[in-house]
Design a protein around this ligand. Structure first.
Ligand SMILES: [Zn+2]
Length: 278
């Protein structure tokens, strides 16, 4: 399942191929991904110019010159490929496509952007401004962890009064947008905080940030930035994790004698070190 770093790396791949470029041809090779495409999808996209290639949590958001926004989600196995065309738009050789290449965008930048998705849990929706403003998965999302405005204060305010564990709170999209199971565990280890402590313990009774909240916000940004950089260099290469999937292995905190333990919280595996995470 792609997490935020993979989606951000994908955004960076698409940006030079699609931003300020016009869709010259839109080829849908099937009627649906996770959902059916809108009947007028290709008509509404063809001829439109991409104003921006943005991301919100794990969604790619492309506002178009027509006022529509193209909302794309990678699902479990979705991936984009960008190639330079070297021939006029519309002369695509279907024999050169993979059976799982479901959508092909030929852009005025000279790039062909292909969406490949073997399991088809990905999604592409075209939203009007009103639909974007009221979209159920976009409204109610918490702050972007890589935004400058995301700090220990933001995190403490969101966790104040929460009776869940800190790990479970970090997976709540209202607390922080797009932080998944892997990077929540990684950030908690880097910050030296136990995934099992109560979320509210990083805030004062008044909701202000304790030092642990500041440490955690810094750690979340650090693990995500590092993962985005790695994914941008070599997409979908598995990351080297501090704790994730390392049950029984030595802790990587300098001087820590502990080993990584696995516990299950809210049905998901959490990996952490009992010796240095409190
Ligand atoms: Zn440790």
């Amino acid at each position: 399942m792609p997490e935020l770093p993979e989606v951000e790396a994908t955004r960076r791949l698409l940006d030079p191929a699609m931003r300020h470029a016009r869709f010259e041809r839109v080829l849908l090779r099937r009627a649906n991904l996770r959902r059916a495409f809108a009947a007028d999808f290709a008509d509404r996209v063809t001829g439109a110019t991409v104003l921006e290639v943005g991301r919100r949590a794990k969604h790619l958001l492309l506002p178009l010159s027509t006022g529509d926004t193209l909302l794309m989600h990678l699902g479990m196995t979705g991936d984009f490929r960008v190639e330079h065309r070297g021939r006029p738009a519309g002369e695509l050789d279907p024999a050169a496509l993979d059976p799982h290449d479901h959508v092909v965008f030929e852009m005025s930048s000279g790039c062909v952007v292909t969406f490949n998705d073997p399991r088809r849990f990905g999604a592409m929706d075209l939203l009007t401004p009103a639909e974007r403003a009221s979209h159920p998965t976009l409204t109610g999302l918490g702050p972007e962890p890589l935004a400058r405005t995301f700090t220990g204060t933001t995190l403490a305010r969101a966790c104040a009064g929460k009776r869940t564990s800190l790990k479970v709170a970090l997976l709540d999209q209202c607390v922080v947008a797009g932080l998944g199971n892997i990077y929540a565990a990684e950030a908690l280890h880097l910050a030296g905080l136990s995934p099992r402590r109560l979320a509210s313990t990083i805030a004062t009774p008044g909701g202000a940030a304790r030092p642990s909240a500041e440490r955690l916000a810094v750690a979340i940004k650090a693990v995500l930035r590092r993962a985005v950089a790695r994914q941008t260099r070599a997409r979908y290469r598995s990351d080297e994790f501090r704790v994730y999937d390392r049950e029984g292995e030595p802790c990587l905190t300098p001087g820590c004698p502990g080993r990584i333990t696995r516990v299950v919280q809210a049905g998901r595996s959490t990996f952490y070190c009992r010796a240095c995470q409190h």
